[in-house]
Structures are given as structure tokens and as C-alpha cells.
Design a protein around this ligand. Structure first.
Ligand code: GUN
Length: 281
């Protein structure tokens, strides 16, 4: 079984991005900039944002974090986004989710210029991705896709089963694998026989938020299994895949932690650089 080392893959990607930023600096005499807006004091969000800032600095991006208290008015946030949209030193804008209840998430997402939407959440980017046009691609599915391609560069005709239909993961993951000529089945909580669907798969991406849902006897030999889950349980953080069982069957598997997580942040940096490059044309 191949244990897919997301930490190592992310470190390699960051190294490539660092070189690219150096070259861009020579060519344009400026570097891509990432601005993250963090609202409130949720601990996981604070940790994510700190890691994003650290990684952005490591590859040489200009990085800024704007913090607001939980009580901030929606109008203040929208006005700040408008200001960042106009700021030429800002290539990418990310508003950390979740947001306090009184702030309309969709309004926030749609206020970010599609060309600066490093999350790929703006409807324009969602539409472009599903139409096969150039777009920002959500960071987590992009990270999963790059890990799958490392194990299996040619995905032509492979059968992929996605467990979970979220806008953040399942749906964009489907688009990325369709582009690679996979036959994609998207499953969810109302799917009749999840085990039977998974047993058909050459590739399984589990992104459903149910601890250790995917069992060993759901996976045939030679299947690549990507675990997007991060679930807090009594025995600590576990994924959506039963690691001990599935590792006995699968061809390749991502661990939790140390699989998809590190790639997500590296892909955010990649998206920021892509936004910068498109803005220079
Ligand atoms: N919160 C958890 N994951 C994400 C993400 O990918 N993007 C944003 N903006 N917020 C998140």
C-alpha cells in the first residue's frame, strides 16, 4: 500500500511556488499578494489562518490578515472587500469561513472579484469550472486532484466515486475528475447502497464528515482512496475513512492528519499566484 504523504507533496509544491515567485519578481518587479479576512475568534479558523499566513510568507508572497470581531457589521466587511478589489497589490482575497450568522456568506463571496477569488467559490468561477473554462479551483479538491495524479498520472476511463456533494469539495472534485475523463459517481446521505457504489471505484474521495464511514470491505484492491475528513472523536482526530481497515485493501491512501490538509494550503498559494499571473496579461 502506498501511504500518500501530503506533507511531503505540499513541501515540494511550496518549493516550486517559491521558485516561481522569484521569477515573477524579476519579470514584473512585484510579488503576488494574498489578503485573508478573519472574523471572530473560532480557534480552528485562527489556526488555519495562521498557517496560511506562514506558508504565504515562506514562498515569498506579500501576505496580510485583516481581523474583525464577531460583532462586525456586514457592511464593514463588504466595504473592505470592495477596497481590496481595487487594490493592485492584492492578487487574492480569502474570507475565512464559517462566518457569524448575521453576515450573509453568499453576499460576501459574490462581492469578491472573480479574478481575485482564490477559494474558487464565486458563482462565476463555479460556472467556469463546470464549463471547463479557466477558473480558480477550490483549494481542497485541487489538492486531492494533485495527490491522485501523483499516484496515477493517467486517469482516462477510471471510475471515481465521490462521497459527499458539498460545494466546497464533492461538486468541484467531480468537475476536476470529469476533465480527466473519469466516469464519476457522486454519492451522498440518501444514496441507497454506498458500499456497493464504493466497491465499483478505482478512486474514492471521501468528503462527507462522518468519522470512519468508508470500511475495509467497501474498497477493492487497487483503489486509490483520498480522505478529506477531519472529525474530532473520543480517540482523537480521524478521517471519513477507517484507516486501519482500508490500508489493508487499498492501492494508496491518504492519512489524517498529514494527507489532504497540507495540500489545501499549498493550493491556496498556487491559486494566488495564478490570479496574479492572469492579472498581468
Ligand atoms: N474554512 C474551512 N475551509 C475553508 C476554505 O477552504 N476556504 C475558506 N474561505 N474558509 C474555509
Amino acid at each position: 500500500m502506498i501511504l500518500i504523504d501530503g506533507k511531503k507533496a505540499a513541501a515540494e509544491l511550496r518549493q516550486e511556488l517559491k521558485h516561481e515567485v522569484t521569477e515573477l519578481k524579476v519579470k514584473y518587479n512585484k510579488v503576488p499578494g494574498l489578503t485573508v479576512i478573519l472574523i471572530g475568534d473560532l480557534t480552528p479558523s485562527q489556526i488555519y489562518v495562521r498557517n496560511k499566513e506562514k506558508s504565504a510568507n515562506e514562498v515569498g508572497l506579500k501576505s496580510e490578515v485583516i481581523k474583525y470581531p464577531d460583532s462586525v457589521e456586514e457592511k464593514t466587511v463588504l466595504e473592505k472587500i470592495e477596497e481590496l478589489n481595487k487594490d493592485e497589490t492584492v492578487s487574492g482575497i480569502l474570507v475565512q469561513l464559517p462566518l457569524p450568522k448575521h453576515i450573509d456568506k453568499q453576499k460576501v463571496i459574490e462581492t469578491i472579484l472573480p479574478s481575485k477569488d482564490v477559494d474558487g467559490f464565486h458563482p462565476m468561477n463555479v460556472g467556469n469550472l463546470s464549463s471547463g473554462y479557466e477558473s480558480s479551483v477550490p483549494c481542497t479538491p485541487l489538492g486531492c486532484y494533485l495527490l491522485i495524479k501523483k499516484v496515477e498520472p493517467n486517469l482516462n476511463g477510471k471510475k471515481a466515486v465521490i462521497v459527499g456533494r458539498s460545494n466546497l469539495n464533492g461538486k468541484p472534485m467531480t468537475q476536476l475528475l470529469l476533465k480527466e475523463n473519469c466516469t464519476v459517481t457522486i454519492t451522498h446521505s440518501k444514496t441507497k447502497d454506498l458500499k456497493a457504489e464504493c466497491l465499483e471505484a478505482d478512486i474514492i474521495v471521501a468528503a462527507v464528515g462522518i468519522p470512519e464511514l468508508v470500511k475495509g470491505d467497501w474498497v477493492k484492491k487497487n483503489t486509490i482512496v483520498i480522505d478529506v475528513g477531519i472529525n474530532k472523536t473520543d480517540k482523537g482526530i480521524v478521517g471519513d475513512v477507517d484507516f486501519d481497515e482500508v490500508s489493508k485493501n487499498a492501492k494508496a491512501l491518504t492519512p489524517v492528519p498529514g494527507g489532504v490538509g497540507p495540500m489545501t494550503i499549498a493550493c491556496l498559494l498556487k491559486n494566488t499566484i495564478e490570479c496574479f499571473k492572469r492579472s498581468q496579461i
